[in-house]
Ligand binder design. Sequence first.
Ligand code: PAF
Length: 291
Amino acid sequence: MNTLETVNDCRHFRKEMGSEALVLVPTMGALHKAHLSLIELAKKQGGKVVVSIFVNPLQFGPSEDYYRYPRPLEADLEKCRKAGVDAVFVPSAELIYPEGQDALTLVIPPAQLTEKLCGITRPHFFTGVATVVLKLFNLIQPDIAVFGEKDAQQLAVIQKMVQDLNLPTKIVAHSTVREESGLAISSRNNYLKTDQEKEAALTPSKILKRIHEKIANASKGQKNLKEPVFRDAVSEVLSELNGTSASFMLEYLEAVSKETFEPVNFLDKNTRVLIAGKAGSVRLIDNMCLN
Ligand code: PAF
């Protein structure tokens, strides 16, 4: 497995690979089952697989977990080796932001996509993500890049950037990988310490599942199910759960169009329901498409 650390390493690797396709899996490390599934999907695309491991300071707010974000580099490299990754890109913050972050050229995704959902509590997040992903694309020059659907708003922002800036990279999405309990797998699940937090962390997937069931029931024999059916399902599910998940603090629960992230009038297979909230002190997100 090649280890790329500098701009020259990336340029050299791209050149060495000639016309072979490069498939990038961008990560912030602390690799888990879901990352390994992204790597598997990347391998199926054909070509050489590059995993980038970079905890991007630009996408963290001042009171967020940048400094305590897990960085088990040796274990990550071992997982990549075992998974048959061809190269890992492990840049330093100095390589990615040599002049710091204050006078940096930024990629600012459109407000229609970002000033809602996660963008409300994390106003700098999507600019940080889009900027670093464009830099990773320019460094690695991948033909394909693989992202998880768990971060659906991030995925939409990246797809929009690729389209708007005519980037030659094809974006491939992987469905959300879950624990048996339904919990969407995320590096931040490691922060769940107490039994109460672990129990509360199951609430987002439970809510999504119940909403899905209720909407599927309501839709029997009916086309064009209207959006108020979603709102009714939400109030029913939240009152069903009332008291059983006291330590999950809901931040948002919304139905949007899976392409534009605009609110929907009708519920159909192009509708995505997204949820965020805190299990104790741990912020979690999840989502599901209606089908
Ligand atoms: O989803 C992530 O791990 C990060 O947001 C990404 C895409 C690697 C950018 O830092």
